[in-house]
Design a protein. Structure first.
Length: 214
């Protein structure tokens, strides 16, 4: 066999092996560590006993293999059986303590229920709609998870994203202002940011965006 061909085959083999090893390492890094999964469940169970009076059930775990969270890699998924709020419990690597997202998740659901019917009435079918509070909202505002609370009582500012699957209309600015007014006056949100854009199934239809922070 030609020497050059042999060298070419050898180089290709090494290259292919390298790709294979890299792919294997990548796949392994995407898999959760079973010991860490057990650990976060145990930590969460203890945290629930010391924090909540309602029945809280662990329904799974989250492994942040994509780096979406800056404060943890593993979290327990939990649900409050009283109000059916799903949230996370985790050890915060920055604050060095166990924390949860219960209040943030509870207020997100409350606010969404209060404003979504009106927004759909004004805009029709939405491509995307979500309300997001900072995960540490309950801790920041020192909210007792065992007492009835509402976002209306606090200054916490969520982000409200509304995406509609059509091109802009000349009446949209007026509608947007009506929606913001409703969120403030009728839904009782003190502070927040509202954004409307034009997206269909994740694909932008126009660069136009309406946004207001109050």
């Amino acid at each position: 066999m030609n020497k050059k061909i042999k060298i070419g085959i050898g180089v290709f083999g090494i290259f292919a092996l390298g790709i294979g090893l890299f792919a294997f390492a990548f796949v392994q890094s995407m898999k959760p560590d079973e010991d860490e999964v057990k650990k976060v469940k145990i930590q969460a169970q203890e945290y629930i006993k010391n924090t909540f009076k309602d029945e809280i059930v662990i329904i799974g775990t989250l492994f942040d293999n994509m780096g979406n969270y800056s404060t943890f890699d593993y979290a327990a998924k939990a649900v409050n059986k009283k109000d059916d709020t799903q949230f996370l419990i985790y050890y915060n690597d920055v604050t060095k303590q166990m924390e949860d997202t219960y209040i943030a998740a509870k207020w997100e659901k409350e606010l969404e229920n209060n404003i979504r019917p009106y927004i759909e009435q004004k805009l029709g079918t939405l491509d995307e709609f979500w309300v997001e509070y900072d995960d540490r909202t309950g801790i920041t505002y020192n909210v007792n998870p065992n007492k009835t609370s509402s976002y209306k009582e606090y200054d916490a500012a969520p982000f409200i994203q509304i995406s509609i699957s059509r091109k802009p209309d000349k009446k949209d600015e007026e509608i947007f202002n009506e929606i913001v007014s409703f969120i403030q006056k009728d839904a009782g949100l003190k502070h927040g940011t509202v954004s409307i854009n034009y997206v269909k199934k994740g694909v932008p239809l126009d660069k136009k965006e309406w946004r207001k922070t109050f």
